[in-house]
Design a protein around this ligand. Structure first.
Ligand code: CA
Length: 223
């Protein structure tokens, strides 16, 4: 999952980036609305964590812009404690949820997972696809009832493909989701992860559409 964090407090942002990377999120952090807008125009993020008081404006402005062009990306607002008006303004502008400062990392993680799950229209906590089951919270995968041991990136790739059933994702779209801008992307790494998923689960788990990209295998082929 790839996140955009917009927060101008370096100490808070640093702690959140470190904590979220430790949970295998890819995360890009910016301190201004201008930079966040530029990042959102060129990159697909799975969710945004957005502060309100930023050097060049209010985070709510960015949220309103996103909703005005009907972008349905989940947005979690960071809000000062006890500021009821702040929380309501964020929710009125289309925030999916808010979290109070000081931020407790476990709470942030739980709320992030919940808003992303809701946004993907998958309210059930474990995703089922044929005989494949993926638990995004426990980060566990089972195939025909047996646990599959995946690396963090293999898991992230499988989760990404499963969250877009019936869609073909290009290699660059997959790389955007798996890596943030601080990561080195090897030339054939997506192919390597696809190969590993097929080896560890089933050859039909990922479909390759030559020259186009990858898709999760049809549920009927994975029974
Ligand atoms: Ca701030």
């Amino acid at each position: 999952m790839r996140l955009l964090l917009v927060e101008d407090d370096d100490a808070l942002a640093g702690a959140l980036v470190e904590g979220l990377r430790g949970e295998n999120f890819a995360i890009d952090r910016f301190a201004t609305l201008r930079e966040a807008r530029a990042a959102l125009s060129g990159t697909v993020f799975d969710a945004v964590v957005l502060d309100r008081g930023l050097p060049d404006g209010d985070g709510v402005e960015l949220l309103r812009d996103l909703r005005a062009r009907s972008a349905d990306i989940p947005v979690l607002m960071l809000t000062a404690r006890d500021a009821l008006d702040d929380r309501l303004a964020g929710l009125d502008a289309g925030a999916d949820d808010y979290i109070l400062k000081p931020v407790a990392l476990p709470e942030l993680l739980a709320r992030l997972r919940a808003v992303v799950r809701r946004a993907r229209g998958r309210p059930q906590p474990v995703w089922h696809h044929g005989a494949l089951a993926l638990d995004p919270v426990a980060r566990q995968v089972t195939w025909r009832g047996a646990a599959v041991d995946l690396t963090a990136r293999e898991f992230n790739l499988l989760q990404l493909l499963l969250s877009h059933p019936g869609q073909v994702l290009s290699r660059s779209r997959i790389e955007e989701s798996l890596y943030d801008w601080s990561s080195e992307v090897g030339s054939n790494t997506v192919e390597v992860y696809v190969h590993q998923l097929r080896r560890k689960i089933d050859p039909a788990v990922v479909r390759t559409l030559r020259g186009v990209g990858y898709a999760i295998g049809a549920a009927e082929a994975l029974s």
